[in-house]
Design a binder for this molecule. Structure first.
Ligand code: AMP
Length: 225
């Protein structure tokens, strides 16, 4: 049974548009632990132009997954860094039950303390993403129904054209969400079976959701004691 002194090793799941990035950053700041996103790490490797990075980039560009063996090396190295010793918030890993098994072995005997599933209904996510508009010049993001630039098509910051990204159409979003559900369900089940999953309602004010997340994490892990 883990105690409040054990490292706070958390995992966060949430589909695109669920606000996972926002909440992960807040939780990491609240608990003083690093937010470790394997997607960000792999993108940084790809941008560095190293041999490893180029291999990874080819896989990501095809929409594939980096092999479990390669990910094991990446994750073991990152979680072994000094800043991750008090704990971490892992985002993007594990992505397969095999990765979950590996992670539990790597972190034995305490293992993962809690996996959070930030839940937002599909229709809400579709509305959020399809209502998103982006300045093609400066990248500022606007929301239909909230920002004038989304309606006028002219960026308030730089005057650039405000457009909808090709992959933000309803069809593309629903396809991505279906793929996410298919690949993530077995993982959620894996953590649920081990009584390590907390389902958290991700609809509402981000401040309120952050408070609720801290309450649940503290209660389930004894982090505040
Ligand atoms: P993300 O930002 O989490 O969507 O990750 C971007 C891309 O990085 C994914 O589409 C995969 O190609 C790769 N990736 C990130 N995490 C993993 C992982 N745990 N296992 C395999 N591939 C991953």
């Amino acid at each position: 049974m883990p105690t409040g002194n054990d490292p706070l090793r958390l995992i966060v799941f949430g589909r695109q548009g669920a606000g996972k990035g926002t909440q992960a950053a807040r939780l990491a700041a609240h608990y003083g632990i690093p937010h470790i996103s394997t997607g960000d790490m792999l993108r940084a490797a790809a941008a560095s132009g190293s041999e490893f990075g180029l291999q990874v980039k080819a896989i990501m560009d095809e929409g594939g997954l980096v092999s479990d063996e390669v990910m094991e090396g990446v994750v073991a190295e990152r979680l072994g860094q000094p800043d991750a010793q008090p704990g971490f918030l892992l985002d993007g890993y594990p992505r397969t039950p095999g990765q979950a098994e590996y992670l539990q072995g790597l972190l034995a005997p305490q293992g993962v303390r809690l996996a959070i599933n930030l839940e937002v209904p599909e229709d809400v996510v579709v509305e959020r993403i399809t209502g998103r508009r982006v300045c093609s010049q400066c990248g500022t993001v606007y929301a239909v129904g909230r920002d004038e630039s989304a309606a006028t098509g002219v960026c308030a910051k730089c005057g650039g054209a405000v457009v909808q990204r090709e992959d933000d159409t309803e069809e593309a979003v629903r396809k991505r969400l279906a793929l996410y559900a298919q690949s993530t369900e077995p993982l959620l089940a894996w953590f649920r079976e081990r009584d390590l999953l907390a389902d958290v309602d991700g609809v509402g004010d981000p401040d309120d959701i952050a408070v609720e997340l801290v309450r649940i994490i503290d209660a389930r892990t004894g982090a505040a004691t």
